[in-house]
Design a binder for this molecule. Structure first.
Ligand code: SF4
Ligand code: ZN
Ligand code: ZN
Length: 317
């Protein structure tokens, strides 16, 4: 439905510029932005994601989701004097792709006056992703290596700056896709272990939170657009997650035809997850014997990928 000549349903004053179909309301720019910030604040409080004394490491890739998260968290935490934010950016070493994102991330951190920690795969693992893939013989997809390496690098960056929590920019679409992908792949344990808040009951590993998990991707993008965010132009040359991309297209189509379906499916996933949880053994996370990162075995995935064997706990020559 067009919003031309309509007034915002919240303030009844400004012209509407966006129709939020799933709530059946027309919103002006100001009310739209405030409604997104309100939603994030409610998500944080409902899930008890952050406490006033937290030092939050915000994983900032330089893409729209993570930068929007940084902008919103900066606003929401402005009145909490003990809350601290540090942006952590990982440079994977992907030629022609990551340089621009790291530059955009640095610019915004300066503009927002947020401390910025940049780690590269090269300094953490000895090589960037391009070089690593060139010398790897048994090939999984680039994203499988990249995801594992990046997760560990963010943990290391967060610990280096003394953070107490890690916040990532996953939006509603991302979270729903992950729940569905885990189901499609028949991985019930992974389905149950995925949640907007991931914490270690024994407190040894940093809690990860997803404050944008109830904001649809298109609204995250729209918020970023209204903030004048500069988006990265290049896409990753290794982008291969075919199933996730197909799922994204299908879910987008469904949401257009049946507004609200994303959110109701997400709610259903949370309920299913809670119902299934008692049937799945606890994750039994322990510290990797080589690097100390969380793992369910002796050696974490990242260490195995760079050749540390559980038997010898050392890198083969
Ligand atoms: Fe890494 Fe894959 Fe993302 Fe590229 S698309 S940055 S390889 S996870
Ligand atoms: Zn309004
Ligand atoms: Zn390890």
């Amino acid at each position: 439905m067009s919003t031309v000549n309509k007034l915002c349903n919240l303030c009844n004053h400004n012209p509407a510029f966006y129709r939020r179909e799933y709530e059946g309301v027309n919103l002006c720019k100001k009310c739209f932005k405030e409604s997104v910030e309100r939603k994030v604040r409610r998500t944080i409080s409902r899930w008890k994601m952050l406490a006033p004394h937290d030092h939050v490491a915000v994983a900032v890739s330089g893409g729209k989701d993570s930068l929007t998260l940084l902008i919103i968290l900066k606003k929401l935490t402005a009145r909490f004097l003990r809350t601290r934010l540090t942006a952590v950016t990982v440079d994977e070493g992907i030629a022609g792709y990551r340089e621009e994102a790291v530059e955009i991330a640095s610019d915004y951190c300066q503009k927002l006056e947020v401390d910025h920690e940049i780690l590269s795969f090269k300094e953490v693992y000895g090589y960037g992703l391009d070089d690593f893939l060139r010398q790897k013989r048994e090939r999984m997809t680039a994203c499988s290596y990249c995801g594992v390496f990046r997760r560990k690098a963010i943990n290391l960056g967060a610990r280096k700056v003394g953070a107490t929590k890690i916040a990532t920019g996953h939006n509603l679409d991302d979270v729903l896709q992950t729940y569905l992908l885990n189901l499609f792949q028949g991985d019930v344990e992974r389905f149950v272990r995925f949640n907007p808040v991931l914490s270690d009951p024994r407190g040894r590993f940093l809690t990860r939170v997803k404050p944008l998990c109830e904001v649809p991707e298109r609204e995250v993008a729209l918020y970023g657009y209204l903030e004048g965010l500069r988006f990265q132009t290049a896409s990753c040359p290794y982008m291969t997650e075919a199933l996730r991309n197909e799922l994204r297209t299908i879910l987008n189509r469904l949401e257009i035809a049946h507004p609200g379906v994303l959110f109701s499916s997400y709610k259903a996933m949370l309920k299913l997850r809670n119902l299934a949880e008692p049937g799945v053994p606890p994750s039994n996370l322990q510290s990797c014997e080589n690097c100390g990162e969380p793992t369910s075995g002796k050696v974490c995935e990242a260490c195995k990928m760079v050749g540390v064997t559980p038997e010898r706990l050392e890198v083969p020559a």
